[in-house]
Design a protein around this ligand. Sequence first.
Ligand SMILES: [Zn+2]
Length: 512
Amino acid sequence: MTSSIIRGKYVITRALGRHTAQIIENGAILQRGGRIEEISDFVALAAKYPNLPVIGTGNHVVMPGFVNGHHHVGLTPVQLGSPDMPLELWFATRMVTREVDPYLDTLYSAFEMIASGVTTVQHIHGWVPGDLPKIEHAANEVIRGYEAIGMRVSYCYALRDQNHLVYGPNDAFTASVPDDIKPALQRHFGRFQLGAADLVQLFEQLRKTHHGKSRVRLQLAPANLHWCSDAALELLAETSARHDVPMHMHLLETPYQKEYAKRRGGGTAVDYLAKFGLLNSRLTLGHGVWLSEGDIECLAGNGVHVCHNCSSNFRLRSGIAPLNRLEEKGVNVAIGIDEAGINDDRDMLQEMRMVLRAHRTPGMGDDVPGMGQVLRMATAGGALTTPYGSEIGTLTPGMAADLVMINWSQISFPYLDEETPVLDAVLQRAKTQGVNTVMVEGEILYQDGKFTRIDQSAMLHELAGRLRRPLNAEELERRNLAHLILPHVRAFYKDYFNPADHVPHYRQSSRF
Ligand SMILES: [Zn+2]
């Protein structure tokens, strides 16, 4: 790998506090072999290393590459015919999903992520039908997509060993639906055969296959409390400890999930995880919208991370996460775009603004998200929820040279008051069209609207061509089943919880 000097009008190296970042004006970064060696004034660095190529003209903001802390798929549910609905109903409408080539699907969203400055993704894969070899093949195809484009990935396959459609056993739910729907529903449940022991085998096999790769790492994912049996939770807790690898788990996304935990264990979902020794700094909880005050204290005390999926929570009517309380208590929080952001794409700059704006409670206290906080969440905070830990997320010597360069003129032209802080201007005004260069490990993956390793247009045409084929028999059956099953899923959740028992944070106090 080569060496280079990356030059910026402003080099934002890292968040310093909730409101500020360290910024070097007319700065530059020296990277060798993908690692940052020095950061200083551009003129001094260029004089010291006159033979090194210089990337950038001095008209860019250089900042750490972003970490999308929670990602699943390429083509979005809307693109695949599944409309936004309350989460528990949406699980049923998601059945319409088509069989999309995992390699091309991965590239599709990687194009969007990279073009918005994302250099690392937490890919939480799932719902692959079939047995272990089929799932392992699909997993490797997803990873091959990231390797082809050059992006850094933390990959996990989400384990679901029970309750595949509603928050109750598959058999009992099947028994509750009309006889003419039963065979198709049974065939649907029969597609998902992966058990907890298989999952551990998959994880260990993938770890061997991708051992020693600097841009591919593996971790574990119990999909959510309702999807995992006690035996599965026990096995994954033990596997995470044995390999010292992180875990990412959806939790408390909706009040229905809060109620489910109460029915299963008598306490909160966090109380339930504690029984299995899962509450430690290896665990990240995706969503966490319905955490109680006690849960938040418990996460803070045990170093558990949260991944905030702001757009997704709005789109699927999950609620507003207690981000301000999490921040106040010192819980590390990442940002995840989940299936897709508010514009049905994977735009991290937009998602950062969602996080910045969604928690601005009325009042004058310093308890709403700050610019430094949002930068930290999208970079170093996200990194801590992946196996890359503190190797990425800031631009400091010793760290990986993963960075994004944004045109300052896109942010500041035709006018920007000189007293507007640079960080504030970047977070509020930078758009994807201003993203000029994206680099991972010192390698340019994207520049001037073009991907350096992959022909984006050819890949998109290939994807479009493959999806021009008519739906196959199984896809048609699932599409039909999704429509037929919806009223029964709705009926399952009728009066599932008493709203008085589950008052959202933003109604309890002004601190959401
Ligand atoms: Zn998710």
